[in-house]
Design a protein around this ligand. Structure first.
Ligand SMILES: [Zn+2]
Length: 69
């Protein structure tokens, strides 16, 4: 993902262009971490899953452990 999401300062619409396509207003960059925190967690989940696979653990076993007992 190389393109930066931008938000219009006057109407609040999101765009990838350097200028608002809706009202022609000025746009400001929106930082990805701010509007898609789920992506961040998805990355962690994938990392965790890879780690589990590397260690040769059963995923169900991991969930059981994660619940705590
Ligand atoms: Zn606008």
């Amino acid at each position: 993902m190389k393109m930066k999401m931008k938000k219009c300062k006057s109407c609040g619409e999101y765009t990838l262009k350097g200028k608002c396509p809706y009202c022609g207003g000025e746009v400001g960059v929106v930082y990805p971490a701010k509007f898609s925190p789920e992506d961040k967690y998805g990355k962690y989940r994938r990392m965790l899953k890879r780690q589990i696979m590397k260690e040769g653990l059963d995923e169900r076993d991991f969930h059981k452990r994660n619940k705590g007992c």
